[in-house]
Design a protein around this ligand. Structure first.
Ligand code: PLP
Length: 324
């Protein structure tokens, strides 16, 4: 047996173990569907999500550019995954880290960040908001609290909505890794957008390789602002994105070939299928990505090969109804 897809040399720290994740074909889920789906197992990163990549990139770019001083406090607004990545990178590199998060995100996330040495500040949801369903309004509240803490502590803000490290982590690593793992033989990519960092970064890498690779933004049904659809359901269970923010800094519309909407029921059913049929234990947004890819294979991309990310681990949702 060979272990070709992961590093086999001795690594200096958990930070070096970020990235170079395996790519797996979902042959069981596509048995009765024309075409192929290849899934990048981002949940195998040390913090169990793709966001470890951007945490490392944002911190290392800030170190290199002098924006982050030795020992300075790092602060970020997070739905949990970026915070977990930052907690790991900051623990290894010796920066105190404060994660500011909505109470609406699952409890596993704040526990994991605390275990990794982070200070976690939980912000109450707006009146009427539903736990487990973080809305744009809830996020605005978290944003205000994050700004206050950054000022108060003279901290460096690892702002994933603004810092280009988010885009570059995926443009320089995730996308090129997928191209290398497939010999460049993919026809399409679809990705559930939060900051749109992974969509934009991977799409830029794919389009540079071949403009024929079609890239689709995935959003929750009823909250598809990027597609220009009316918002009928701002609250949904697909944590990590679908925040109803029409302007996302990294999203280059010239790289968007289409928009797909996935209901939370579809995302849940597909995440469960991934676990049961493929042995891949991932979260809601991974289910959304695969549901979108299956729809494309049954429709306009019949017979093609589609790449998706399995964004984070199913372990992050043990307290939710995903695994009831
Ligand atoms: C589980 C999960 N899925 C998807 C996303 C969206 O990724 P991006 O911010 O790169 O659009 C996030 C972002 O936090 C996430 O945590």
């Amino acid at each position: 047996m060979t272990m070709a897809s992961r590093e086999s040399r001795l690594l200096a720290s958990a930070v070096e173990a970020i990235g170079q994740t395996p790519l797996v074909e979902l042959s069981r889920l596509t048995r009765t569907v024309p075409g192929r789906i290849v899934a990048k197992l981002e949940y195998l990163n040390p913090g169990l999500s793709k966001k470890d990549r951007i945490a490392r990139q944002m911190i290392e770019e800030a170190e290199a550019g002098g924006a982050l001083r030795p020992g300075q406090t790092v602060v970020e607004l997070t739905s949990g995954n970026t915070g977990t990545g930052l907690a790991i990178v900051c623990a290894v590199k010796g920066y105190p880290f404060v994660a500011v998060m909505s109470k609406g995100n699952s409890v596993e996330r704040s526990r994991m960040m605390r275990a990794l040495g982070a200070e976690v500040v939980l912000v109450e949801q707006l009146p009427g908001s539903v736990p487990g369903q973080v809305s744009g309004g809830d996020l605005e509240r978290v944003e205000q609290e994050t700004r206050r803490i950054v000022r108060e502590r003279d901290a460096f803000r690892a702002d994933q909505f603004v810092l280009l490290g988010n885009f570059r982590a995926h443009c320089e690593h995730t996308g090129p890794e997928i191209l290398a793992q497939t010999g460049g033989q993919i026809d399409a990519f679809c990705d559930f957008a939060g900051t749109a960092g992974s969509f934009a970064g991977c799409a830029a890498a794919f389009k540079a390789h071949s403009p024929a690779i079609r890239c689709f933004v995935v959003e929750p049904a009823g909250a598809a602002v990027l597609a220009g659809e009316p918002v009928t359901r701002p609250h949904h269970k697909i944590q990590g994105g679908g925040y109803v923010m029409p302007d996302l800094r990294f999203l280059n519309r010239q790289h968007v070939d289409g928009y797909l909407q996935v209901s939370e029921e579809e995302a849940i059913a597909t995440a469960r299928d991934l676990a049961r049929k493929e042995g891949l234990f991932a979260g809601f947004s991974s289910g959304a990505n695969v549901a979108a890819a299956l729809r494309l294979l049954r429709g306009e991309l019949r017979g093609k090969t589609i790449a998706v990310l399995l964004c984070d681990s199913g372990l992050k949702y043990l307290s939710t109804d995903l695994w009831e």
